[in-house]
Ligand binder design. Structure first.
Ligand SMILES: [Zn+2]
Length: 68
């Protein structure tokens, strides 16, 4: 029951599946698919959407990635 509710939440609130990483007082958002880190949740979400759909990275998105 609990895992079912969790899955529902992942599907309905896709913006919450982006992983947050804290380092040196800054927050980064990482793509679960390729591991790139971004300063904004928007790019991380875009990357994750792209990666899970195309199974490869988009240069247009990953050029915004930051070193963590
Ligand atoms: Zn990605």
């Amino acid at each position: 029951m609990i895992s079912y509710m969790r899955n529902q939440r992942l599907v309905t609130r896709s913006d919450e599946k982006v992983r947050e990483t804290r380092k040196a007082g800054k927050v980064y958002y990482t793509c679960d698919e390729c591991g790139f880190a971004y300063e904004t949740k928007e790019f991380a979400q875009k990357c994750e959407d792209w990666c899970s759909e195309h199974h490869s990275c988009s240069l247009e998105i990953t050029k915004h990635a930051v070193e963590v």
